[in-house]
Ligand binder design. Structure first.
Ligand code: GRF
Length: 207
């Protein structure tokens, strides 16, 4: 059974989608062993506790330095015994030592169709503002493995979502989450947990 560590920063709706998918069998062969937040007030922590999953906050502010924060995070991941690290709305940019340690074993969800609207300055509502600002008619979400770059790792799944006239960044963000993120994040975990995909030359293919 694949052991998941889920890293969160906010509301935790993607975490909820994973919890629900494990409960109803859309994800098989996986369980969450720990939920870690960098933000004490993240509602995601409450969702984890309600589901009876060990949840902890590792806050940069309590660690003294960025380096010590990363060390604490790595230590928590290692001691959880996680096989796969899931960044589910996690706003922490992962340092090289964590990315290396979990090469092809750490995934992230991005709320756009990579390689559009991704990279350093594209996170949260900014992504959807940029999508509306450019006038594209289709956006979506992407689940990818995490590598050293920002949103540059091997793509596992993508799902398109139509932009509608009158959309605001908020309405679009909500629809991308409902129609795409909460669907493909669980699907990607299920594929990995059941050994259905592999990474070769930076590309994800079916086994
Ligand atoms: C999602 O839009 C995700 O794509 C982005 O942050 C948001 C997280 O939402 N990285 P939640 O905390 O899972 O509700």
């Amino acid at each position: 059974m694949l052991k998941l560590a889920v890293l969160v920063s906010g509301g935790g709706t993607n975490l909820q989608a994973i919890l629900d998918s494990i409960a109803d069998g859309r994800i098989t062969n996986a369980r969450i062993v720990t939920v870690i937040s960098n933000n004490k007030n993240a509602y995601a922590l409450e969702r984890a506790r309600r589901a009876g999953i060990p949840a902890q906050c590792i806050c940069p502010g309590d660690c003294g330095s960025r380096e010590r924060f990363y060390d604490a995070l790595l230590e928590a991941l290692e001691s959880s015994g996680a096989d796969l690290v899931v960044l589910a709305g996690c706003m922490v940019v992962m340092p090289e030592k964590i990315v290396k340690k979990y090469e092809n074993r750490m995934i992230n969800i991005h709320p756009a169709l990579i390689p559009s609207f991704c990279g350093k300055d594209y996170y949260g509502l900014r992504v959807h503002e940029a999508v509306l600002g450019r006038g594209v008619k289709v956006t979506g979400a992407t689940v990818h493995f995490v590598d050293q770059g920002t949103d540059t790792g091997p793509i596992i799944l993508q799902k398109a979502v139509g932009v509608r006239p009158g959309d605001t960044p908020e309405t679009l963000q909500r629809r991308v989450m409902e129609e795409a993120e909460w669907v493909i994040m669980p699907q990607a975990i299920d594929l990995i947990a059941n050994g259905k995909i592999k990474v070769e030359n930076g590309l994800v293919t079916e086994r």
